[in-house]
Design a protein around this ligand. Structure first.
Ligand SMILES: O=C[C@H](O)COP(=O)(O)O
Length: 252
């Protein structure tokens, strides 16, 4: 089955409202209109409403970078998935290594978030990835299998088939030291095999798997040429309109 490539920018904690709006205005009408690629921008929650309104009716889709797993209640500082859906947000990034490390998110939290996102008609971009220590110990495959197994438990076949999984080796994030395209393909293959083991071949052939970690316009084609890589989750190189558009243009 042909999987549609998906390029998602993750702005992390960058930009002001003015800069976010300027980005959307510069990008939204310049997305390649052949629909060969899904184009997503992951913004801080503060700018989501503005971005959804600006991107309305265009090819640009908007993602949150996190949400809580309850829809409402006494959870000071958290973001409701129901409110995100109400705004018109399409995707939510969950389980990013920065959230796992700095905010102590567990596989169980991330699993609850995945369920809440589906319950609110949005699509999770589920991140997994290993530390340099795990990589150097040759334990990447078992680490990834465990993150996938625990993170997706209880989801339906249909849900897993429709989601996006981003493999991001932590040692390649923001370091300029991207993983070799063959390594990215191998580990994205581990993700796909794990999904196959848990949910069957049809689901594993449908789920879209991104590579993330120092992806830029100059190297994205190498990743996209690989069998198991269906797209990229991009931090630094997604911040400027020209660079974001160049990433999209590079997807053949
Ligand atoms: O979510 C995106 C990743 O953490 C990659 O960030 P980067 O492209 O700046 O290395």
């Amino acid at each position: 089955m042909a999987r549609k490539p998906i390029i998602a920018g993750n702005w992390k904690m960058n930009k002001t409202a003015k800069e976010a709006k300027e980005f959307a205005e510069a990008v939204k009408n310049n997305i390649p209109s052949n629909s060969k690629v899904d184009s997503v921008v992951g913004s801080p929650a503060l700018f989501l409403q503005e971005l959804v309104e600006s991107a309305n009716g265009t090819e640009l889709k908007i993602s949150a970078q996190n949400c809580y797993f309850e829809n409402a209640g006494a959870f000071t500082g958290e973001t409701s998935p129901a409110a995100l859906n109400d705004l018109g947000v399409d995707y939510v990034i969950i389980g990013h290594s920065e959230r796992r490390e700095y905010f102590h998110e567990t596989d169980e939290d991330i699993n609850k978030k995945a369920k809440a996102i589906f319950a609110n008609n949005m699509t999770p971009i589920f991140c997994c990835g290993e530390t340099l220590e795990t990589y150097e110990a040759g334990k990447t495959a078992e680490w990834i299998e465990s993150q996938i197994t625990n993170g997706l438990v209880g989801l339906s076949n249909e849900q897993v088939a429709s989601m996006v999984i981003a493999y991001e080796p932590i040692w390649a994030i923001g370091t300029g030291k991207s993983a070799d395209a063959n390594i990215a393909d191998d580990i994205c293959g581990v993700v796909r095999k794990t999904v196959e083991k848990l949910y069957g071949k049809e689901v594993s052939e449908s789920v879209r798997i991104q590579y993330g970690g120092s992806v830029k316009p100059e190297n994205i084609a190498e990743y996209m040429a690989k069998e198991n890589v269906d797209g990229a989750l991009v931090g630094g190189a997604s911040l400027q309109p020209d660079s974001f558009l160049a990433l999209l243009e590079a997807v053949k």
